[in-house]
Design a protein around this ligand. Structure first.
Ligand code: SF4
Length: 202
C-alpha cells in the first residue's frame, strides 16, 4: 500500500511518521527506539500481534491491563499508572487519508492516555485501518472495529453475533461510550504514527 499521501498529511498535522512493510520491522524499530522507560499499553490486538509487551518488557517497565489485570486486592491498576508513563502505545480504530485518528472506548483509559498524561503517544496502525474519508472511518470504527472488540471482550450486546454491524445498542455492556477524533497531536505531546503495510488488529 502507498502510504505517501497519509504520511504527508500526518506530518503536516504535527506527527512524526514511520512506515514499515511488515509488523516485524515495526516491532524491531519500536524495540530499538524505546529503552529504559515506563511504557503503558492501550487495549489493542495490534500491539499483541507485534509482541511488543514481551519485547519491550525485557528493557523497559511495561504496564498493560491485558496482561496484568486491572488491579484490586492491593495491586495497582496499570491503566491508572499508565497515565503517568513516559510512553503510551496504542492503535486506532480508524485513520483517514487526511490524517484524522479515530478511537472508540469503553472505560476511557485509552482515550484519557491519548489525550493527556504520558509524554509521548505512539499509534501503531495496520493498513486495514486506513479509510478514504471521515465518514468511512467513523463507519469502520462503529461497524467493523467495535463489534469485533465486543466478541474479543465477551460483552453481551446485539453485535456480539451475526454480521458485523453496530445496532447502536443501549445495553449495559455497550463498549462504545466515547469517541475521540484527533485532528493532530494534543498540545505539548510528542506523537508518532507507525504505519505498517499489513492487516493488523480490528
Ligand atoms: S454501540 Fe452497542 S451494538 Fe453498536 S458496536 Fe457498540 S456495543 Fe455493539
Amino acid at each position: 500500500m502507498d502510504f505517501t499521501k497519509v504520511s504527508e498529511n500526518l506530518k503536516a498535522r504535527g506527527y512524526t511518521v514511520q512506515c514499515f512493510s511488515t509488523a516485524r520491522e515495526a516491532a524491531d524499530y519500536l524495540d530499538g527506539a524505546i529503552d529504559g522507560r515506563t511504557v503503558a499499553f492501550g487495549g489493542s490486538v495490534t500491539l499483541d500481534q507485534l509482541g511488543l509487551y514481551e519485547r519491550l518488557g525485557t528493557h523497559n517497565r511495561v504496564l498493560w491491563h491485558q496482561r496484568q489485570g486491572t488491579g484490586g486486592d492491593g495491586r495497582p491498576d496499570p491503566r491508572k499508572e499508565g497515565l503517568a508513563a513516559d510512553v503510551y502505545l496504542t492503535s486506532v480504530n480508524a485513520l483517514t487519508e487526511d490524517g484524522e485518528l479515530l478511537n472508540i472506548d469503553r472505560t476511557g483509559n485509552r482515550l484519557a492516555s491519548i489525550l493527556y498524561g504520558p509524554g509521548k503517544v505512539c499509534f501503531v496502525v495496520g493498513r486495514n485501518k486506513l479509510c478514504p474519508t471521515y465518514e468511512a472511518a467513523l463507519h469502520r470504527a462503529r461497524n467493523v472495529a467495535a463489534p469485533q472488540n465486543v466478541r474479543r471482550l465477551g460483552a453481551r450486546t446485539p453485535c456480539a453475533a451475526g454480521e458485523l454491524r453496530c445496532h447502536d445498542c443501549k445495553s449495559p455492556d455497550r463498549i462504545c461510550r466515547g469517541l475521540t477524533v484527533l485532528w493532530g497531536p494534543m498540545l505539548g505531546r510528542e506523537a508518532e504514527v507507525v504505519l505498517i503495510d499489513e492487516d493488523l488488529g480490528y
